[in-house]
Design a protein around this ligand. Structure first.
Ligand code: PLP
Length: 454
């Protein structure tokens, strides 16, 4: 098939796509009318569509092409492993070299005693597995009733039946889908800028944080600590609108969880592998050692699908204590896929060699500063995020924070216009999200922000 690359008819591909490929998160009316932009090639921080038009990729594929496009080292590792052995099953009796190597590497990079790794095919399945690990862990300690899950409004944790229910973005609650609501609970979003309660009660950010911490504890007590398995939190919420929690929030919510024997699951599908300037943000940015870290995306820089749930020795020891019924009946054919693990190892090696985390720590503040300059525009209400995980919130009135009349579409109108000008940014209702490859240079940041300003 690869031999045909470059010899395709763009219209034919566009039509085949529209007629046969059902995309994630499809809004059918608009998809049927517009179809999709067919992306075809990529190099560095740029993608080129099938008609030859080139764009600066302001979203890194989808918060994931951290090392940038065209990385020969990763591609060669993939090819070499596929040729040597593309697959062998990982079901206990057999394993493979890249999976073993990658597990040891992740254990060395992850904080504290997070030394055990369970592989999946992406972020949703890794979060799904995290819940099953939490249930299994508690049950093995004689606490089978601890099965309820607490998450937050605006959280995004995936799209399996379970993780779609743990997700808390109101817009994802399609009236035509069902959700597992009986044992999944949502506490408030840590969005200080948009909190009605903080506004009405004239709270400071510190008081808002007190309120959130208290709310979590109240929720645990309401359900009964004996019934709560785990709390899910992204260090910075991504798809919910790049929401940075108030200072101290993670440490204090972790402390509440510890006190009630509730596992703290840090969903680092977006924030890990350099986006915030470190391999993992939980410890190095927010100072916490959670019980589990879930990751995917930047783990392979998107070159192969791979997710991982990294969890503590303490959890593993309880799960694996001698017991004839001790089967952890969870896993996938492609858990620890050798080609995906080889891609991750090559990706991590090049991130270390080129000190990509250091580059983000240096360039991240520059991106933040340039985006903050957009606050002089009448519709830019807030610029938020950290380093290479940013967003711009568009409003009608900066003082009242009132939304524009077409708030649901303004992000899309702006990103459509950026697209015409050669930049991809992601629309999220009234927001535009910026999560570029981590290799972005100063001139490329100027180009990105310059187009966004237009
Ligand atoms: N968790 C977070 C924080 C995410 O942003 C995403 C995807 O965007 C997921 C989980 C789901 O990952 P995947 O789409 O690889 O299943």
């Amino acid at each position: 098939w690869a031999a045909d690359l470059g010899q395709v008819d763009p219209q034919d591909i566009w039509r085949k796509d529209r007629d046969h490929f059902v995309h994630p998160w499809t809004h059918f009316d608009s998809f049927k009318q517009d179809g999709s932009l067919v992306m075809d090639r990529a190099e560095g921080a740029y993608v080129t569509d099938i008609s030859g038009k080139r764009y600066l990729d302001g979203i890194g594929g989808l918060w994931c092409v951290n090392a940038g496009y065209g990385r020969k080292e990763i591609v060669e590792a993939i090819a070499a492993q596929a040729m040597r052995m593309p697959f062998y099953n990982p079901f206990v009796d057999t394993t493979n070299v890249p999976a073993a190597e990658l597990s040891a590497k992740l254990a060395s990079l992850a904080p504290g005693d997070l030394n055990k790794v369970f592989y999946t095919c992406g972020g949703s399945t890794a979060n799904d597995t995290a819940v099953r690990i939490a249930h299994y862990y508690h049950a093995r300690r004689g606490k089978k009733s601890k099965m309820h899950v607490i998450s937050r409004i605006d959280a995004y944790h995936g799209s399996t039946y379970l993780t779609g229910s743990i997700t808390g973005r109101p817009g994802d609650r399609s009236p035509y889908l069902n959700f597992l609501d009986g044992w999944i609970h949502h506490v408030s979003s840590p969005n200080f800028y948009r909190s009605e309660k903080a506004r009405q009660e004239d709270m400071s950010e510190a008081e808002f944080c007190d309120h959130l911490v208290q709310e979590l504890e109240d929720k645990i007590l309401e359900i009964g600590a004996d019934n709560v398995a785990c709390f899910f939190a992204e260090p910075i919420m991504g798809a919910g609108g790049v929401i940075v929690p108030p200072p101290g929030y993670h440490a204090r919510t972790l402390e509440v969880c510890k006190r009630h024997d509730v596992l703290y699951i840090s969903d680092e599908v977006v924030t890990a592998f350099g986006r915030l300037g470190h391999f993992f943000a939980s410890k190095d940015v927010f100072g916490i050692e959670p019980d589990m870290i879930v990751t995917a995306k930047g783990l392979t820089s998107g070159y192969q699908p791979l997710g991982a749930c990294i969890f503590s020795d303490r959890i593993y020891d309880a799960m694996s204590a001698p017991d004839p019924d001790g089967w952890f009946t969870n896993g996938y054919t492609y858990s620890g896929h050798p080609v995906a693990c080889a891609a991750a190892l090559a990706n991590i090696a090049l991130m270390e060699r080129d000190d990509i985390c250091g580059h983000v720590r240096k360039m991240g503040p520059y991106l933040e500063k340039k985006l903050n300059e957009l606050l002089d525009l009448p519709i830019v209400g807030q610029v938020r995020g950290k380093h290479f995980m940013m967003c711009v919130e568009n409003v009608a009135d900066k003082a009242t924070r009132e939304h524009l009349p077409d708030a649901a579409n303004i992000g899309k109108r702006i990103s459509d216009h950026c697209e015409r000008l050669g930049l991809i940014v992601r629309p999220l209702g009234a927001l535009n999200v910026i999560s570029p490859p981590l290799t972005l240079t100063e001139p490329q940041i100027d180009e990105l922000v310059g187009i966004l300003r237009k």
